[in-house]
Design a protein around this ligand. Structure first.
Ligand code: MN
Ligand code: MN
Length: 473
């Protein structure tokens, strides 16, 4: 009996460890599988419709309003249980569920970014060359430029006119719309190009979008450009000078799709970091009565260093927390500082998923895998953790307890091998307030490519993980 007991104990311990390493798909019953599918169906719609930071902001705010969230600037007083939002210049947002505890006890913050790599149209974009009309672009974020040619592209954005009105533009998403794109050199004449370094195969100034080839009858000079401009003016009422005050983004055209013969994954544009943004928003929407105030921050400009008024380094967040304290009748500079310092945050961004096509850049014991759930990075950075927030193990231990209690699948992961490269997130910016912050998120294949891939199980587990954080921390 004794020996058997020993072996039983051993088996139990082993089973528990195996359970952690197990693929999340294996734990789902039919009901949960349906939940995974329905969350991912909503998510696919979201990333198909929302391809700019503005479109993401508009959509999340519309969802919030339906659930009873009110604009914080429209209310004079706030109380526990209130659901509030704040929008920063149409490109970033904060959602609050006010808790029963005073704000100075700290907040539970979910943060992610809603800007994604793309090609921005320049301020003097349109020109004609050899009876073809093209638009100049300047790429946004880190991209492998050669991936962005010879694919269908759409134009999303706004044109702000001198009369104070803003025209919203989306061209290339409706199947009846035309698409645009950037040409690549035919292989037959690419002998010199093929010898170039990958970073030089397509250069930044070569990312010119072809937008027309039909001349306007009766026009002598630059008739193709004139024809394109006439189409734009007729449809949107904007002139060529209006491009000066426009923010137009060229993005991959078309909807996100189920991916894999088993449909277990999602392929779509801009999943860095809208996969974390959407699931963070869903988690706060699902959060009921709460002790310490729940917050979801969705910011812009992460891909270019979190700079600018709508990026995480802006004082917008701090200002809005002060506004909230004021409305709770509890504002002081000291209380604001305490509220920030006593907070806990999941700074969510995508992680690199292990890819059997590129095993050499990963250290297999410490990288993220599809289907193993929410991915946590104690630190990011490169060359000796440089530039990284390094999460405190006391906080990680609390998180482990919260996730295990709620049966969330999760994994600890680094972004690739030591000295292979690296990346940064918004974590270090929030850590400056002296709050507890850790990087978390969803593993992605093809990060920053026009079409990125995630596992549906990871999307589901991450949303559940955010819910557990809001409930337990
Ligand atoms: Mn990101
Ligand atoms: Mn990124």
């Amino acid at each position: 009996m004794a020996t058997k007991t020993t072996s039983k104990t051993k088996t139990a311990a082993k089973t528990k460890k195996d359970e952690k390493a197990k693929n999340a798909w294996l734990k789902y019953n039919a009901e949960q599988k349906k939940e995974v599918e329905s969350l991912n169906a909503e998510y696919i719609d979201f990333i198909s419709e929302c391809k700019t930071e503005r479109e993401c902001t508009d959509k999340i705010i519309a969802m919030a309003k339906k659930l009873g969230y009110k604009d914080i600037y429209s209310v004079k007083k706030a109380k526990p249980g209130d659901k509030l939002y704040a929008v920063n210049k149409g490109k970033a947002l904060i959602l609050f569920v006010v808790g029963t505890e005073p704000l100075e006890k700290g907040m539970k913050i979910l943060g992610a970014h809603i800007d994604s790599p793309r090609l921005d149209i320049k301020q003097n974009p349109l020109y004609e060359d050899t009876e073809l009309a093209l638009m100049e672009t300047h790429y946004y974020g880190g991209i492998k430029k050669y991936q962005w040619v010879a694919i269908p592209m759409a134009i999303h954005g706004v044109v702000c006119k001198k009369d104070g009105t803003t025209v919203k533009i989306v061209i290339g998403e409706d199947p009846k719309d035309p698409v645009v794109g950037i040409s690549d050199l035919l292989i037959h004449l690419a002998q010199d190009q093929m010898d170039k370094k990958a970073s030089k195969v397509i250069e930044g100034e070569d990312l010119n979008v072809l937008v027309g080839s039909m001349p306007l009858k009766g026009e002598d000079k630059e008739a193709v450009k004139a024809n394109v401009m006439k189409l734009i003016t007729d449809k949107y009422g904007i002139t060529e000078e209006d491009f000066m005050s426009a923010e137009l983004e060229v993005v991959p055209a078309g909807r996100a799709r189920h991916y894999g013969l088993d449909s277990s994954m999602v392929m779509g544009y801009g999943q860095d970091d809208r996969v974390c943004a959407y699931t963070s928003a869903k988690a706060i929407f699902n959060c009921k009565a709460i002790d310490r105030t729940a917050v979801c921050i969705l910011v812009d400009k992460e891909e270019i260093g979190s700079v600018g008024a709508t990026g995480m380094t802006s004082v917008f967040f701090e200002n809005v927390v002060a506004e909230l304290m004021e409305r709770l009748g509890d504002y002081s500079e000291l209380k604001l500082r305490r509220a920030l310092q006593n907070s806990h945050m999941l700074s969510s961004d995508v992680n690199a998923a292990y890819d059997p096509n590129f095993p050499s850049v990963m250290e297999r014991k410490n990288c993220a895998y599809f289907g193993k759930g929410m991915a946590f990075s104690k630190f990011t950075g490169s060359r000796g953790k440089s530039g990284s927030n390094d999460a405190n193990p006391e906080f990680i231990a609390k998180l482990r307890a919260a996730l295990d209690k709620n049966k969330v699948s999760y994994q600890m992961a680094e972004l690739g091998k030591v000295d292979q490269g690296g990346g940064g997130t918004i974590a270090y910016i929030m850590a400056k307030y002296n709050m507890e912050v850790i990087d978390s998120g969803v593993a992605v294949q093809n990060m920053h490519a026009p079409w990125e891939v995630v596992s549906k199980a990871d999307v589901y587990e991450t949303e559940k993980g955010y819910e557990a954080f809001l409930k337990e921390i």
